[in-house]
Structures are given as structure tokens and as C-alpha cells.
Design a binder for this molecule. Structure first.
Ligand code: MN
Length: 277
């Protein structure tokens, strides 16, 4: 049976996590290692200056479950290296409350947990439902997660490539299908709301409006608003290779024009400096 690690960024008590775990325990051996509190928009942060603690909890149908006082990426790292008795065949992150498309991928703790798994060489799927409604129905998203786990061997994802899945928040029978998409260019137009606490002290709260910036039907947000499940294979290769190639001709010759740096003492360049400087 497939060994599945499940995590999220909305915290161990989130209804999306419960729906995902419930569905996956029917098709695999499930371990849950998730943050002990809300960790949305923490991106790929790791805890490096506080102790990390993992609290074992009972969760029916799972092999083990821990709440961790850290980030989603902490949870995956800690689970794989310390907490789990086995190496997972797949890591699922979600089901997130709210879409993780376009620029949101960068901020998302949900996607970062899956990215961490991919960096560790484990196939990974991030899954999000396009709503913030408290009464959200996660069943269609949980069902697609199960299907993807079953299909995974067939997909032959390259190492370090993960699937970013976004599900429209409409009744399952209205979902028009699946579209394989690319990361879109939609953006938040955001601002800070200025508020006052009960003591009259000012505080700020990030708010904003999401602006759809694509029209291409294969852009993740467009597929989603058109009623499709959006599945984007993503990888974290951030280099702009075309620009790097072009800049080689401009920036690399610059090194020859830089005057030799004088160094305190005998003036000899330290060994680690390039001889050409
Ligand atoms: Mn979240």
C-alpha cells in the first residue's frame, strides 16, 4: 500500500486536512505531520532559532500523527528525517482553504511543503480549493487527490517537479474537467487596512483584491474560473536562462576592467580572489 505523508499550512485542525486524510486512509498508509497552528503565506520558511517540538496525537485511520510548532516546510523535513518510520512514496499538502495559483505559489505554505518533499526526492502534490468560505465542501478536491495518488506512477514526474492542483469551489457535477495549466501572471492589488486596537493603538492588516491578468485558457487562474480543475507541474528552477545568456556578453567582460583591489598588508591578493582581478 502507498505510504502517504499528509501536511498542510492551515494547521492540524483545518477541515481541508481532515477531508484529505479521510479520503487517503481508504487508499494508503497515512501519516499526518502538520503545523499546530495557522501557517498560511509563510512560504518556504524554516524554523532555525526556536526549538521545534512534535506532539503525538491520535487520529483514527492514520498510522501516526504529529502537530509541530513550525512551518509546513519544517513539518516535511522533520517528518521525513526523524518522525516517520518509513520514507513516504508521496507527500500531499492541503487541502488548502483558498487558491494557490500564479504569484500565490510563491507565498504559499501549502505549495512550499510539497516543494520541500520534491527537494527531498519524494513525489509531491499540493492541493487547494478556491474558496475561503467556512462551510466549504472539500469532497471533490479530496476525490481528485485520491485519483492523482493512484495515477502517480503513470505520470512519471521528473525529480523535483511537483503537481500544483487547484479545484474550483463548485458542486462536483458542475466541474467541467481537468486542465493541465501553466503558472499565470495574476496579481494581488493590495493595501494595508489601518485599524485601532481596544487601547487606541494603531495596527495594520494586509488586504487586497486579486486581479486576473491572463486570458490564455491554459493559465491556472483562467482554468479555475472557467470551472476546470487546474493542474500545473511546477519546479523551482528560478534562473532566467535567456537573460543569463544575454548578460554573459555584457557582464563577463566587465571583470577585465575592474582595477586590482588593494589589500591591507603586503598588497597581495588573497588566494581566493580571481587571479584576473
Ligand atoms: Mn493556507
Amino acid at each position: 500500500m502507498t505510504r502517504i505523508l499528509v501536511t498542510n499550512d492551515d494547521g492540524i485542525g483545518a477541515p481541508g486536512l481532515a477531508a484529505l486524510v479521510e479520503a487517503l486512509t481508504r487508499v494508503g498508509r497515512v501519516a499526518v505531520v502538520a503545523p499546530d497552528r495557522q501557517q498560511s503565506a509563510v512560504g518556504h520558511a524554516l524554523t532555525v532559532s526556536e526549538p521545534l517540538r512534535a506532539f503525538a496525537m491520535p487520529w483514527e485511520g492514520t498510522e501516526l500523527c504529529y502537530a509541530v510548532n513550525g512551518t509546513p516546510a519544517d513539518c516535511v523535513k522533520l517528518a521525513v528525517s526523524v518522525l516517520l518510520p518509513w520514507r513516504p512514496d508521496v507527500v500531499l499538502s492541503g487541502i488548502n482553504h483558498g487558491r494557490n495559483t500564479a504569484v500565490n505559489i510563491l507565498y504559499s505554505g501549502t505549495v512550499s511543503a510539497a516543494t520541500e518533499a520534491a527537494l527531498l526526492g519524494i513525489p509531491a502534490i499540493a492541493i487547494s480549493l478556491d474558496t475561503y468560505a467556512m462551510e466549504a465542501d472539500f469532497r471533490a478536491a479530496a476525490a481528485i487527490a485520491v485519483r492523482l495518488v493512484e495515477l502517480l506512477p503513470q505520470l512519471q514526474l521528473p525529480e523535483r517537479t511537483l503537481l500544483n492542483v487547484n479545484v474550483p469551489a463548485i458542486p462536483a457535477e458542475h466541474i467541467r474537467g481537468v486542465r493541465v495549466t501553466h503558472q499565470g501572471r495574476s496579481l494581488w492589488r493590495d493595501w494595508y487596512e489601518r485599524r485601532q486596537d481596544p487601547w487606541g493603538r494603531e495596527y495594520f492588516w494586509l488586504a487586497g483584491e486579486y486581479e486576473l491578468c491572463d486570458s490564455d485558457p491554459d493559465a491556472d487562474d483562467v482554468a479555475l474560473v472557467q470551472g476546470y480543475i487546474s493542474i500545473t507541474p511546477i519546479r523551482f528552477e528560478l534562473t532566467d536562462t535567456a537573460t543569463a545568456q544575454r548578460l554573459k556578453g555584457i557582464l563577463e567582460p566587465m571583470q577585465r576592467d575592474v582595477p586590482a583591489t588593494s589589500v591591507e598588508g603586503d598588497g597581495a591578493a588573497p588566494e581566493h580572489q580571481s587571479a584576473r582581478l
